[in-house]
Write a protein that binds this ligand. Structure first.
Ligand code: HEM
Length: 350
């Protein structure tokens, strides 16, 4: 998930300040229209404040709790094993396009009971807003959302979209716009973020095979490894809030947006010793990669379980690899060693 906004006038940085701001929803509101160039409805529950926000969270929670996702582990594992086998059988393929994206999409196909849509989701590439061309456009996503909404309303399908379309909020069935907002974020939330996490994992182990050997020797480090990759890679580095809630407001000042820098919290030296080093022995790792407060990522268990299964598949594959070509855009300034976007990443077995 990445949301486009006009430039923020200020950015809140630092672990403590970011956490405080994320809790203060009355000052830093999520009542805003992101991606205004490509959509005119709110992504839900992302762009609504408490108390209404809570109603969406409660309605969606059953789809995202740990036991709901753990039951898909055997399928996630089969996807990872098959894709790794295929990937390493051919020379010089792109990790993002040939491994991470298909894996993430195949896993979502199982979670949402829509395996028939995986090929279409993959054809969108990592960012659905640029699925059809370089220029941002909502048509591809909106055509898909209209189609699945119409199908769901006919009532003869048995998948997640059909259940979402019939969710009730305060006793009232959600509207078509609310459906778009929820389904849109369910598709976008776990796409580029998890792809970036997997690309980053392949990149790091390509540069530091000894770290994969360490995990092989000490599998009990698994959770620490996942949390450390999440911290270092910070797949969603910043999100905006508004100081003036946008619903019903007549005059919206241009300087209402405030950036909340999750990445600054993740590299805050007062919390993380030597933050620019990937260290699997950190102990406590209170990273902010999933945000904090009421909007904390709803898909965190999906991401963590998918990552665990992927890492287990890598560990047990016995594979080692090196980077042969990389085209990476790094964050600027003090985060210059942290990858922001893997335009391409080619690796070879050693
Ligand atoms: C490594 C992977 C992921 C990262 C780093 C990530 C990051 C985040 C962050 C930082 C937020 C909070 C945004 C804010 O406060 O404005 C968020 C919210 C959200 N994420 Fe994720 N996410 C990931 C994976 C997923 C997955 C797999 C899904 C679902 C398939 C998902 C669905 C959502 C939803 C629905 C929200 C909105 C929650 C709310 O507003 O209450 N995310 N995510």
């Amino acid at each position: 998930m990445s949301v486009h906004y006009p430039r923020a006038s200020t950015t809140i940085t630092g672990h403590k300040s970011v956490r405080e701001a994320l809790r203060a929803t009355d000052i830093y509101s999520s009542d805003l229209q992101g991606d205004a160039d490509v959509r005119d409805y709110r992504q839900l529950p992302l762009e609504v404040d408490p108390p209404r926000h809570h109603l969406y969270r409660v309605a969606l929670a059953p789809y995202f709790v740990k036991p709901s996702i753990e039951k898909f582990v055997p399928e996630f594992r089969a996807h990872a094993d098959n894709l790794l086998k295929k990937f390493f059988a051919t020379d010089s393929q792109d990790v993002g396009a040939q491994l991470s994206l298909p894996l993430v999409m195949q896993n979502l196909g199982v979670i949402y009971r829509r395996p028939q849509d995986v090929a279409e989701w993959m054809s969108w590439g990592p960012d659905v807003w640029t699925a059809a061309s370089e220029k941002r456009d909502g048509k591809v996503l909106h055509d898909y959302l209209d189609l699945i909404y119409a199908e769901a309303m006919q009532g003869n399908s048995d998948d997640v979209w059909s259940e979402i379309a019939h969710l009730e909020i305060e006793g009232k069935q959600i509207s078509a716009a609310e459906f778009r907002g929820i389904a849109g974020v369910m598709l976008a939330g776990g796409r580029d973020t998890v792809v970036k996490l997997f690309n980053g994992i392949m990149w790091h182990f390509g540069k530091h095979p000894e770290d994969l050997d360490l995990l092989r020797a000490q599998p009990e480090l698994m959770s620490a490894v996942i949390q450390e990759f999440l911290r270092f890679l910070t797949p969603l580095p910043v999100m905006n809030r508004t100081t003036v809630p946008e619903t019903g407001a007549e005059n919206l000042p241009d300087d209402r947006y405030v950036g909340i820098s999750f990445i600054s919290g993740n590299f805050d030296e007062s919390v993380f010793t030597d933050p620019f080093t990937i260290d699997f022995n950190r102990g406590r790792n209170p990273h902010l990669s999933f945000g904090f407060g009421p909007h904390t990522c709803l898909g965190n268990h999906i991401a963590e379980i998918e990552a665990r299964v992927f890492l287990e598949a890598l560990m047990e594959s016995g594979l080692q690899w090196k980077i042969v070509k990389e085209e990476i855009r790094f964050h600027g300034g003090e985060f210059a060693s942290v990858p922001d976007h893997f335009a391409s990443l080619h690796i070879a077995k050693i």
